[in-house]
Design a binder for this molecule. Structure first.
Ligand code: HEM
Length: 483
């Protein structure tokens, strides 16, 4: 006999919760506001032999491209079921997303000159990631001449990025078989393919250095639900402020109201893809050896946490600023306001440099205009410990936003890589510049001085190098239909 499971009364029925209007949007592609969140995610970097074949391929895959509505519907059903039954439900699916580089857009556009004119206000996008590499610190081993994609000429120019994301390997394989046939029919060539795979066992949800990832994301007005008791804050996510949707999707209100774009970009977003190889053995050795340069109470785990800003299980070093308790290791209820010189979360910490929270406005008046919607996934085999095994592993870093210059590039170039950030603020508070981001920044020294008197210097080389990068535009479903 089968019984219908009844949902415990503490779990609100989905239909009882107010429905923010972007939650059901069917024009914005999935993965921008709602994450695909899949364990098996392939990235195909594709080249169109000519305009007709590119357009033919796009129209053939159109029906397979996921919308925000279906992506979020799945995610919500998944988390409601998990809350109700205390385990992951057996729901599986496959989701696709497509983006076009500047060269891809110009190739398939019916009026390429107009498209070029329309894009004049997007210089980083038009130039492409390889042209911006030097400014972003991609030199030496990270120089575009070593990249696997994104710096190619001729038939190695990437026109489209296709993301194929599935809950199981079988589903992914089945989908890829269909997509292979469509690519062959339109003579589309693959410049490169990356296989994003979540780590398994205790490392599930963690990146290769071992730290829990995917915790802090921006909250979006009209997409995420607002906390009924804390206005402007995302429901169930203490500390996550809701910001304007135009920060991530064109054609909507943005924080500064300055993200202008032509009509065909409405409901679209700019995508950054970076293939970041991680030297895990090198990182592990550096945090073990780095302890020697400290006085006080330092050990490799504590030093690693100082460089990331969170312990391996995600627990932040920052003391909470709110009153909500029981938030667990994914806690996000802090803003560093009570820690101006970095005695809890050192200024060198990756999460502090890439999102300085209360200090984000230093040097500009648009503190909420630098957030990134991150959608990364690890690639490559899990590290088994010990010496370097020479295997290629790292993070497929993906993020979305409506300004490459104000969002991804500012964070990478200025916040992570600029020795003069933070510059000190007008109130005279001593925000000592004490070292570059050790996860994604350039090599160099960093000073750490903690509240318990422990202090020392970290002197590390880079353990993350760029092995491919692209800027692309993720059009709305309606614009894809018109191309
Ligand atoms: C957060 C690792 C690349 C921007 C984090 C976290 C980890 C992490 C462990 C903390 C968990 C979380 O809040 O989600 C890495 C690794 C990278 C990498 C290992 C490269 C291999 C990047 C890049 C950027 C970036 C290239 C942007 C330029 C951020 C931001 C946060 C974050 C904005 C959230 C900070 C916050 O709001 O507290 N990263 N990351 N990361 N990362 Fe990265």
């Amino acid at each position: 006999m089968t019984t219908t499971p009844t949902r415990p009364t503490t779990v609100p029925a989905i239909e009882q919760l107010p429905q923010p209007k972007l939650r059901t949007n069917t024009d914005i592609q999935g993965n921008i506001l709602a994450a695909f969140n899949k364990d098996f995610t392939d990235f195909r970097y594709l080249h169109f032999p000519d305009a007709a074949k590119g357009r033919g391929w796009l129209s053939a895959i159109l029906n397979t491209v996921a919308t925000t509505n279906e992506t979020e519907d799945f995610n919500e059903q998944f988390s409601l079921a998990r809350r109700a039954f205390g385990r992951d439900p057996a729901l599986t699916t496959v989701r696709c997303g497509v983006s076009l580089t500047f060269e891809g857009l110009v190739t398939v556009a019916s009026n390429p000159d107009q498209v070029k004119k329309d894009l004049a206000g997007f210089p980083a996008f038009c130039a492409g990631a390889a042209a911006r590499a030097q400014a972003l610190g991609d030199a030496d081993e990270s120089d575009p001449k070593h990249w696997l994609f994104g710096a190619g000429a001729g038939d190695k120019v990437v026109h489209a990025v296709l993301i194929v994301a599935a809950d199981t390997e079988e589903l992914l394989k089945e989908k890829l078989k269909n997509l292979d046939a469509v690519e062959n029919a339109h003579q589309i060539t693959r410049v490169h393919v990356d296989q994003g795979r979540t780590l398994t066992g205790p490392l599930r949800g963690h990146e290769h250095f071992g730290y829990k990832d995917g915790i802090s994301q921006p909250g979006v007005k009209d997409f995420h639900r607002e906390d009924p008791e804390s206005k402007g804050v995302r429901d169930n996510h203490a500390g996550t402020e809701l910001i304007e949707p135009g920060e991530f999707v064109f054609g909507h209100k943005s924080e500064a109201g300055d993200r202008k774009a032509p009509a065909w970009m409405k409901n679209g977003s700019l995508q950054v893809v970076r293939r970041l190889r991680q030297d895990v053995a090198g990182w592990n050795k550096a945090v073990v050896e780095g302890v020697k340069n400290f006085t006080g109470t330092m050990d490799p785990n504590r030093l690693g946490a100082c460089l990331v800003g969170r312990a391996k299980d995600g627990t932040p070093l920052a003391p909470p600023t709110g009153t909500v308790t029981g938030l667990g290791s994914d806690r996000n209820d802090f803003d560093y306001e009570n820690d101006p010189i970095g005695q809890h979360t050192p200024w060198v910490a990756h999460i502090r440099r890439t999102h300085p929270r209360a200090f984000a406005g230093i040097g500009d008046d648009k503190p909420k205009s630098h957030r990134l919607m991150r959608r990364g996934i690890p690639y490559g085999p899990e590290f088994q410990g010990g010496a370097d095994d020479g295997k290629d592993r790292g993070l497929m870093f993906v993020c979305y936003g409506t300004s490459l210059e104000m969002q991804f590039e500012l964070v990478q170039q200025h916040w992570a890589n600029d020795p003069n950030f933070p510059p000190g603020d007008p109130s005279g508070a001593p925000h000592v510049p004490n070292g570059l981001d050790k996860v994604i920044g350039l090599a160099g020294k960093a000073e750490i001085g903690l509240a318990d008197g422990t202090s020392g210097t970290v002197d590390m080389k880079r353990f993350v190098r760029t092995t491919g990068a692209l800027y692309a535009f993720t059009p709305s479903i309606s614009t894809l239909r018109l191309l």
